[in-house]
Structures are given as structure tokens and as C-alpha cells.
Design a protein. Structure first.
Ligand code: ZN
Length: 293
């Protein structure tokens, strides 16, 4: 399979960000996605396409990516992944007789951890991963290529989550994991039977770090209850669950968490004694919804 063959037939889902027409493989040497009007988007050699019309946003450094990989590969987010997979398995089994593969779009996929892992476990899904950060998508596509047939078929694209280059009603699952939501846009791209699968930080998320930093934190509790309430206003809630695990951590792993936790970005970390932190809880609240009728 050629690197770009995976984009064959992508026009049922991917549309031109300029005119909204379906995209298909084409252009010189078949290395682009083109619409019938003639707008053309080059496929990058790593196996992704940039469908974002603005200036590229590059927020991840190589170091932060590598640090996150350490945490992900240790499986500290695997309990959240498994919860998503068990929901997918449950709903996919009931639709096994359908000929068309169901479509999943990971909106705000970052470096693609969840999409890649899902690709390892499911054959019955067409997987798309998108993020505004071109660096992240590049890393996602690059990492995936080295990892066998399943993950190599993921169609990665750079785009603005608030204006997805995705056809109306063409998606069966939208994943929205630890990123901001654009509910209106998710409603538009989801089909009538589609699901939004969202994870927000749970109240107990990295509680050990918050405890150590409490003198400097203005809000001592995460105010994420609001997140669940907003979700329920937008979507018909079909599942809601706290998924939590506590891990013992090495000082190196602890320090990575300290650097990657947004809540601690404004904290003067040199004034805190982190040595008391030997465990870290990774907790998410899983919210799954269907479109309201
Ligand atoms: Zn076009």
C-alpha cells in the first residue's frame, strides 16, 4: 500500500476547507487532495494533509512530546483508553452487519495516542485524527507509520476544530479527549446515530500535585462539574463515569507531570517541596452523548 492510498475515498468525510466540496486523491503524481473546483492540498511525506488555511500553530516542542511519550507508554492513561474502547466495542458489535466501516474523528488528537491505540484494537473503523498544531500531526503521522498496518491507515489532517473540513452528518464517533469542545461543530458533523465521546479531568486528577502546590493555587478544587453540565445541555447524556487510577511515580515521572499540567503553569515551582509526591492519580470523567432530537 502506498503512503497516500489511505486517502482513497476520503471525500465522504473530508471536504475542501475553501469551498466545502468533497476532496479526493489527485494532482500531479497523485500526491494531493483536490476538490472539483480545483483547490488542492498537498499530502506531506509523513502521510498527513494540512487543511488549515491560517498560519500554522506549532505549540509542542520535541522535548515535551518525548516527555509525554514516557508517561503514555508507561500506560498512565491506558485506563481511560480502555473505557473508550469498551464503549466502541459495545456499540460496534451491534452494527457488525453493516458493510461500511464506521467513521471516528479524533478532534484535537495531539500526537495521536488514542487514535493509534484504537487502530490497534479495531478493524471496523475508519480513523481520522485532527489537530490545529501541525507539529502534533506530524509527530502523530510519523509515529504511526512505524507501527504496522492498522495505525498506518489513520488519516491525519491539520484543521481548526471550530471549523472542521468534514461533511455534515458523516461521522459516527467524535472523540474529544482533554481538549476544548466545539459542540455546535460536533453536532453538525455527527450522523443521527453518532456519539460524542468526551473526557474532562476528574475532580481527583493529579490531586497529589495540587495538594503540594495548594498554597499557591487560587482555586483549590477543579471546577469541572460545570463541564459535565454544559455537555448535558448540548447532548443527550448516555454514559457518565469517573475513571481513576493512582500510580506510584519515580521523581522523573513526577517532574514530567509537574511540567505538563496546565493548572501548574502559573505556579512558582521552585518554592514547592515536591519530594513528598510519590503517587499521582490520573482521573478523567467520561461523558458520552447522542445528538438531541
Ligand atoms: Zn474547493
Amino acid at each position: 500500500m502506498g503512503k497516500f492510498d489511505k486517502y482513497e475515498g476520503c471525500g465522504k468525510v473530508l471536504v475542501c476547507p475553501v469551498c466545502g466540496d468533497a476532496l479526493q486523491l489527485g494532482g500531479p503524481q497523485v500526491r494531493s487532495l483536490v476538490c472539483s473546483v480545483g483547490h488542492s492540498f498537498d499530502l506531506a511525506k509523513q502521510g498527513y494533509v494540512n487543511l488549515y488555511r491560517g498560519k500554522p500553530i506549532n505549540e509542542y516542542t520535541k522535548e515535551s512530546f518525548q516527555e509525554r511519550q514516557v508517561i503514555l507508554q508507561r500506560g498512565m492513561y491506558a485506563h481511560l483508553l480502555e473505557e473508550i474502547c469498551s464503549f466502541l466495542r459495545k456499540t460496534l458489535e451491534s452494527g457488525m452487519d453493516s458493510v461500511e466501516k464506521k467513521v471516528l474523528v479524533d478532534a484535537g488528537c495531539g500526537e495521536g495516542y488514542y487514535t493509534r491505540e484504537i487502530a490497534q484494537q479495531f478493524d471496523h473503523l475508519q480513523l481520522y485524527g485532527t489537530d490545529l498544531s501541525r507539529d502534533s500531526i506530524q509527530l502523530a503521522a510519523g509515529t504511526a507509520n512505524g507501527m504496522g498496518a492498522g495505525p498506518a491507515e489513520i488519516k491525519w489532517f491539520v484543521s481548526d476544530i471550530s471549523k472542521l473540513p468534514v461533511a455534515d452528518g458523516s461521522v459516527d464517533y467524535v472523540l474529544d479527549i482533554f481538549t476544548s469542545a466545539n459542540y455546535q461543530e460536533f453536532q453538525r458533523v455527527l450522523g443521527e446515530e453518532g456519539y460524542l465521546i468526551k473526557i474532562i479531568p476528574g475532580e481527583g486528577h493529579v490531586k497529589e500535585l495540587r495538594e503540594a502546590a495548594k498554597d499557591q493555587l487560587y482555586h483549590k478544587e477543579y471546577k469541572e462539574r460545570k463541564g459535565a453540565a454544559v455537555f448535558a445541555e448540548q447532548f443527550e447524556l448516555v454514559e457518565q463515569k469517573i475513571v481513576s487510577r493512582t500510580f506510584s511515580v519515580s521523581p522523573e515521572e513526577r517532574d514530567i507531570f509537574i511540567r505538563m499540567t496546565p493548572l501548574l503553569f502559573a505556579v512558582d515551582k521552585s518554592k514547592i517541596d515536591w519530594s513528598t509526591v510519590t503517587e499521582i492519580t490520573v482521573e478523567g470523567e467520561l461523558l458520552i452523548g447522542k445528538k438531541k432530537r
